[in-house]
Write a protein that binds this ligand. Structure first.
Ligand SMILES: [Zn+2]
Ligand SMILES: [Zn+2]
Length: 314
């Protein structure tokens, strides 16, 4: 293919990798790029498709209106990557339900080339009737998935995404002052955001008794990864789309953003927010963060967050 293409630009512009990239740790992103440049063997495992595959697609999908446009523009329809994403069943542009192409690699050799043939496609835009509240959410998710494909593949990672989640959870009072996520409240709020049966239909029901249910995995900083589709559900819950979410500033840390109050009872500015900076250090033994708040009046206060390590990124 000459020197016009790099593995990275192929990944970013012509594969479904950008659907996964922002939700992988920096480390896994790096390993994945090495896989691609090598023999590609570890690729699927690295993406977690084997371990955590949900909403698997059983073939190639197309949108009838996109296909008709392709035929008008290029003389033939082609395979759109945004229609092949796990969990996504609508076209983000035309809000139509995707249709399955009758030929796929389960019916012929995996290595045989498949190209869309318009004679085998159904270009009617008539839709099956589905619950309207389900369709609305599915279309919102399809639009987010489509936005993800435009995001540069190295710009975000599991680490940075997690800090953004924390900001939005904190805004909803779902994080305690000691920086712990209120998992029960989060669970209830999350459940009530989606119509009955929707999460089950998306293979994303949450077992509240499971220590490793995906909502806990996605909000805690564990080594486990969650499926990108579930991150989209999370964004929908947080009333974001991909563009607005990516602009959320990372959580400012255990002590929040300043200014902070001076607690010097002898000062006339007692409890006024006059301390602009916090100096964060770590306890030598427990590694817990210590905030030192030093006021211009000479008063200094130290705060230690003991359970910080359990739930935050270090
Ligand atoms: Zn379309
Ligand atoms: Zn003071």
């Amino acid at each position: 293919m000459g020197t016009h293409y790099s593995a990275e630009s192929l990944l970013a512009k012509h594969t479904i990798y950008p659907f996964y990239a922002p939700f992988l740790s920096k480390q896994r992103q790096k390993k994945l790029l090495q896989d691609v440049q090598g023999d590609g063997k570890g690729l699927y495992t690295r993406l977690g498709m084997v371990a955590g595959g949900i909403c698997k697609k059983d073939g190639l999908y197309y949108c009838p209106e996109c296909a008709a446009n392709d035929i008008g523009q290029h003389g033939e329809p082609y395979i759109h990557r945004e229609h092949q994403l796990q969990g996504i069943h609508f076209c983000a542009h035309h809000e139509l339900k995707l249709k399955k192409y009758p030929i796929d690699f389960s019916k012929q050799s995996r290595i045989e080339f498949i190209r869309f043939d318009k004679k085998l496609m159904n270009l009617s835009i008539l839709q099956e009737v589905e619950p309207k509240e389900f369709v609305t959410i599915q279309i919102a998710l399809a639009k987010m998935a489509n936005q993800l494909l435009q995001v540069p593949i190295h710009q975000f990672s599991r680490e940075t995404i997690n800090l953004k989640y924390r900001v939005l959870l904190r805004e909803r009072n779902l994080i305690t002052t000691s920086n712990r996520i209120r998992q029960n409240e989060l669970y209830k709020a999350f459940q009530s955001k989606f119509p009955k049966g929707f999460l089950v239909k998306c293979e994303s029901a949450i077992d509240v008794d499971d220590e490793y249910n995906w909502l806990k995995v996605i909000t805690r900083n564990l080594k486990r990864h969650a499926h990108p589709f579930r991150h989209l559900l999370m964004l929908y819950f947080l009333e974001q789309d991909v563009d607005s979410f990516l602009q959320v500033e990372a959580d400012t840390g255990p002590f929040g953003s300043g200014p902070w109050p001076c607690l010097n009872k002898a000062a006339n500015h007692y409890k006024e927010f006059v301390i602009p900076e916090v100096n964060v250090t770590r306890d030598f033994k427990s590694k817990a963060p210590i905030g030192t708040f030093e006021c211009s009046c000479g008063f200094t206060l130290e705060r230690v967050l003991i359970d910080y390590l359990k739930i935050n990124i270090v």
